[in-house]
Design a protein around this ligand. Structure first.
Ligand SMILES: Nc1ncnc2c1ncn2[C@@H]1O[C@H](COP(=O)(O)OP(=O)(O)OP(=O)(O)O)[C@@H](O)[C@H]1O
Ligand SMILES: [Mg+2]
Length: 258
């Protein structure tokens, strides 16, 4: 049964989508059946795996509001074992329409129950906010993976998110665990980056992954052309760092559920 990992951060532009896309692709590259679900109305993960939004019949919105089955929303990507549930502009309406549903925080959890047996890993990319959709994603997840950009000011919103996730655990999802905090956009040899790494490790200890994602022009360019970097150049530093992350997650016990 698929292990559901929610990629979350309250701060925008910290590498959530880049992580969701490249981690999903790395899992698929390693031979795991993987489903990437784009829960962000911006639709960057949808574009990031090369899906043409114009050609879609159904999206996550339709499954959440009951207009289609969840199976109907799953689309293929260019990477064999990687499938995706995309979003489009109309996803902005989901927030409003979910508001009046009974059990509105658990709608995503409910629809994933039908399909998680088909996958080894399910990765949720979320928006940088505490929207009802983000709450749904955290409530559906087994674990939370939190990117922390190697820049000042990023740390405070990380602490807020960790506090919020404890609330979700208490009220909605008692089994939710922290997979770890992932340092992203690390500039080799730059003092600020190293200070953020040291600070995060001092305060959050083992919650911080050993794997660090470097700032990489290739990772940035790959997102622009709708291909995960592991597909374009599996030997690049950026791709290798995400492949390394899959191994570290495995060491932390994050694996398909029995
Ligand atoms: N390791 C990296 N090296 C270089 N550029 C990166 C890296 N990770 C992400 N980026 C770039 O930084 C920008 C923001 O990244 P991304 O979209 O992944 O962040 P996000 O947290 O999903 O943003 P949002 O909160 O808007 O959804 C993008 O242009 C992306 O290509
Ligand atoms: Mg994003």
């Amino acid at each position: 049964m698929g292990h559901i990992i929610c990629i979350a951060s309250l701060k925008g532009g910290v590498g959530k989508t880049t992580t969701a896309v490249n981690l999903s692709a790395s899992y698929a590259w390693n031979g795991s059946k993987t489903l990437l679900i784009d829960c962000d109305p911006q639709g960057s993960a949808t574009t990031g795996v090369g899906i043409n939004k114009q050609k879609l019949r159904w999206t996550l919105y339709d499954a959440l509001v009951g207009k289609s089955s969840v199976e109907e929303t799953v689309v293929d990507t260019d990477i064999g074992l990687l499938k995706a549930i995309p979003v489009r502009g109309e996803f902005f309406r989901a927030e409003l329409e979910l508001m009046t549903k009974p059990g509105k925080e658990k709608v995503l959890r409910g629809i994933l129950a039908d399909i998680r047996k088909n996958y080894d890993y399910i990765i949720l990319d979320t928006p940088p906010s505490l929207s009802l959709v983000s709450i749904n994603a955290m409530t559906a997840a087994d674990t939370l993976l939190v990117p922390l950009q190697c820049e000042f000011l990023a740390y405070e919103s990380l602490i807020q998110l960790l506090r919020f996730s404890r609330l979700i655990k208490k009220k909605l999802n008692p089994d939710l665990k922290l997979a770890g905090v992932l340092l992203t956009m690390y500039d080799m040899g730059e003092k600020t980056s190293q200070q953020i790494v040291d600070n995060a490790r001092n305060h959050l200890k083992k919650a911080v992954f050993k794997t660090i994602i470097p700032r990489s022009v290739q990772l940035r360019e790959a997102s622009g052309i709708g291909k995960p970097l592991v597909v374009l150049d599996a030997e690049s530093v950026g791709a290798r760092s995400y492949l390394k992350l899959t191994r570290e997650l495995m060491e932390r016990g994050i694996k398909p559920k029995q």
